[in-house]
Design a protein around this ligand. Structure first.
Ligand SMILES: C[S@@+](CC[C@H](N)C(=O)[O-])C[C@H]1O[C@@H](n2cnc3c(N)ncnc32)[C@H](O)[C@@H]1O
Length: 256
C-alpha cells in the first residue's frame, strides 16, 4: 500500500472521532492560528491538509476566501459540514495531494497547515510546494507536534505514534523542522512552542481502531513504569497513562 492510500484509509476511519475530539477542536489552539496569521488572514488562505475544517472555520470569518485542501474525501465532507453550520460561504473545498498542488504559483496570501507535516511522506517537497503557491510577501503558519532532539527518544516516540496510526510518517525534532522551513526559502517571522497534556485512552479513541488499543497500552505502560519517557513525559498518574505533545508553531514569510 502506498503512503497516500494509507493516509486516506486512516482518516476515512478517523474522520468522525477526529472531528469530535475536544483536544483537537480546542479553541485555544485555533486562536493561536488567528493570532499568528496576522494581516494576511484577511486575504486568500489555503488550509493545507485541512482535515475536518477546524482551523478553516476559525479563519473563514475574517478571510476573503479559504481553500480547504485535503487528500481524504471523508475529511473534506466533515469540513464542508462544519463551515456550512458556521455560515461560511467563502470556503472552497478541494481534494488533492499536498506534494503536487493544483494551484498557480503565488495564488495565496496565506497558507496554514496544522498537524500534517508528520503525515507527509516527503515534507521537503510539500514545503517547496507551499513556498511556490504563496505570493511574495505572504505568510505561512506551520504547526506540528515535534519530538526530542535525542535520536533514541525521538525514534521511540515515532514508533509509538506509528503503531497507533500507520499514516504517521515521522514527527521531526525542532531543529530539523526549522531547517526544512528555511531551506524551502521561508524567513521565520515568529515562533512559539507549548506542551499539550494528553491521556492515552482519549488519544487512542481518536484512531477508532479498538484492536490497536490493548497491545499499545501494555507496551506504553511498561515503558512508563520503566522510566522511559519517550521524550514526551510518558508516566503513570492516578493509574492513567499520561504524556504531552510538544507543539511548534512557526509563522514564516516569503520575501516580497
Ligand atoms: C491529523 S489530520 C490534521 C487535520 C487538520 N489540519 C487539523 O489540524 O485539524 C491530518 C490530515 O492530513 C491529511 N493529509 C495527509 N497527507 C496528505 C497529503 N499528502 N495531501 C493532502 N492531505 C493530506 C489527512 O487526510 C488528514 O485529514
Amino acid at each position: 500500500m502506498d503512503h497516500l492510500t494509507r493516509v486516506r484509509e486512516e482518516f476515512t476511519r478517523q474522520a468522525e472521532t477526529f472531528a469530535a475530539s475536544a483536544a483537537i477542536a480546542d479553541d485555544q489552539l485555533t486562536r493561536r492560528f488567528q493570532d499568528a496569521i496576522g494581516a494576511a488572514g484577511a486575504g486568500k488562505i489555503l488550509d493545507l491538509a485541512c482535515g475536518p475544517g477546524i482551523v478553516t472555520a476559525a479563519l473563514a470569518g475574517r478571510a476573503k476566501a479559504v481553500t480547504a485542501f485535503d487528500a481524504t474525501p471523508e475529511m473534506l465532507k466533515k469540513a464542508r459540514q462544519r463551515c456550512a453550520k458556521a455560515g461560511h460561504a467563502n470556503v472552497h473545498f478541494q481534494l488533492g495531494n499536498a506534494e503536487t498542488m493544483p494551484f498557480e504559483s503565488g495564488a495565496f496570501d496565506a497558507i496554514v497547515t496544522r498537524l500534517a507535516i508528520h503525515h507527509f511522506a516527503e515534507p521537503k517537497r510539500v514545503l517547496a510546494e507551499m513556498f511556490r503557491v504563496l505570493r511574495p510577501g505572504g505568510t505561512a503558519v506551520i504547526a506540528d507536534v515535534i519530538v526530542s532532539e535525542d535520536p533514541k527518544e525521538a525514534a521511540l516516540q515515532n514508533a509509538i505514534e506509528i503503531i497507533r496510526d500507520p499514516s504517521h510518517a515521522r514527527m521531526l525534532p525542532d531543529t530539523e523542522l526549522l531547517s526544512l522551513i528555511a531551506k524551502a526559502g521561508f524567513e521565520v517571522a515568529s515562533q512559539s512552542t507549548w506542551d499539550k497534556s494528553r491521556e492515552f485512552e482519549e488519544w487512542m479513541g481518536i484512531v477508532n481502531e479498538p484492536q490497536r488499543v490493548g497491545p499499545l497500552r501494555t507496551m506504553v505502560r511498561a515503558l512508563a513504569e520503566a522510566g522511559r519517557t519517550a521524550g514526551m513525559g510518558l508516566k503513570i498518574e492516578d493509574d492513567k497513562i499520561v504524556f504531552f505533545h510538544r507543539w511548534r508553531m512557526v509563522a514564516a514569510k516569503k520575501a516580497g
